[in-house]
Write a protein that binds this ligand. Structure first.
Ligand code: MG
Length: 329
């Protein structure tokens, strides 16, 4: 393929599959210009975050293209949620192995389109390029928060409660299943865990409602222990969690009965739940928020003076978790 024909192929691809994703967003200029503009609402700060996902690292070569697209977008929307921000849109850089498979691109764009409707975002622009390597999707998400109110990792205070949304450890079990690190589970449980790995659920309703309630927030991407460690470090506090209070799905409980260690779930990544430090005065409002959003919020521990994250067993004694962090695969 000559450079010229390859370039025109790229333009056709953008016009056919990606320009429709920019519809309804005037600042995107129909993806026909070199740049887009975004006018933040008066009194709001722009919140910016970027994350790439790489074939063989964050997704499998035979994962459905629609779920690959959704994971790429959602990990970024999760970061915005953790900042208390409302998502506005995103920029996309799609790096594909040479010899673009148009069927793959079409399904990928369809996945994005479905999620744009679900989360109320539009494509502002991006780039496509060929590579001798593997598929890589880089997304920069753009959101907004009322001025000065972005949640950070840095505000946790001794005496705060520690909460998590949803359930913990499902994605790491889904990854184990896809890697065929066999453990025997009912089909419905297997499907739930694999979906949790492939298509995380960013807590986009909970995050923005935490402003004025939470002192600190993070999304659980590296593993609950590691991500609470980030809050502890930046806030200059310690965190204690009661391991038996950590919410688990029925599928995860079944996996534990089949011999998977609880510590693996506490340190496994990719859940994209929110971990929150909030004063005890916020308890009733957080529980009401769980009811309003339909997203469970569970109190799992507390912030203390000191450093690091300590996992406590039912008897209150520290337990050692097998791994503190998580490095994809
Ligand atoms: Mg994050």
């Amino acid at each position: 393929m000559t450079r010229k024909s390859k370039r025109s192929g790229e333009f056709e691809l953008i016009a056919k599959y990606f320009a429709p994703l920019a519809k309804g967003e005037p600042g995107a200029l129909g993806l026909k210009d070199d740049a887009a503009y975004l006018k933040p609402r008066p009194g709001f700060d722009l919140v910016l975050t970027t994350d790439a996902i790489v074939e063989g690292v964050h997704f499998f070569p035979d994962d459905p293209p629609a779920t690959v697209a959704q994971k790429a977008l959602r990990v970024n929307l999760s970061d915005l949620a953790a900042k208390g921000a409302i998502a506005r849109g995103y920029l996309l850089t799609l790096t594909l192995p040479s010899g673009i498979d148009e069927v793959w691109v079409a399904a990928f764009a369809k996945g994005l389109s479905a999620d744009q409707a679900k989360f109320g975002v539009a494509l502002f622009g991006g780039d496509t390029t060929a590579t001798p390597g593997v598929t890589t999707i880089s997304i920069t998400a753009l959101g907004e928060v009322p001025r000065g109110q972005m949640l950070t990792r840095g505000g946790a205070q001794a005496g705060d409660d520690v909460w998590v949304t949803g359930t913990i450890g499902d994605a790491t079990l889904g990854l184990k299943l896809l890697k065929r690190e066999g453990f025997d589970l009912a089909k419905s449980h297997r499907q739930l865990l694999i979906t949790r790995y492939r298509v995380p659920e960013p807590r986009s309703k909970v995050g923005p409602a935490l402003k004025g309630l939470a002192h600190a927030c993070i999304d659980v991407s590296d593993g609950l222990m590691a991500d609470l460690g980030h809050i502890a470090e930046v806030s200059n506090v310690g965190i204690e969690i009661a391991v038996h209070d950590v919410p688990l799905s029925a599928a995860a409980k079944a996996a534990i009965q089949r011999g998977v260690e609880l510590g693996e779930l506490l340190s496994g990544g990719d859940d994209y739940e929110l971990a929150i430090a909030a004063p005890s005065s916020a308890r009733s409002r957080l529980l009401a928020l769980a009811v309003e959003t339909g997203v469970p919020l569970t109190r799992v521990g507390r912030v203390v003076k000191g450093r690091g994250v300590t996992a406590l067993a039912a008897d209150g004694k520290p337990v050692r978790t097998r791994r503190m962090g998580y490095t994809h695969f």
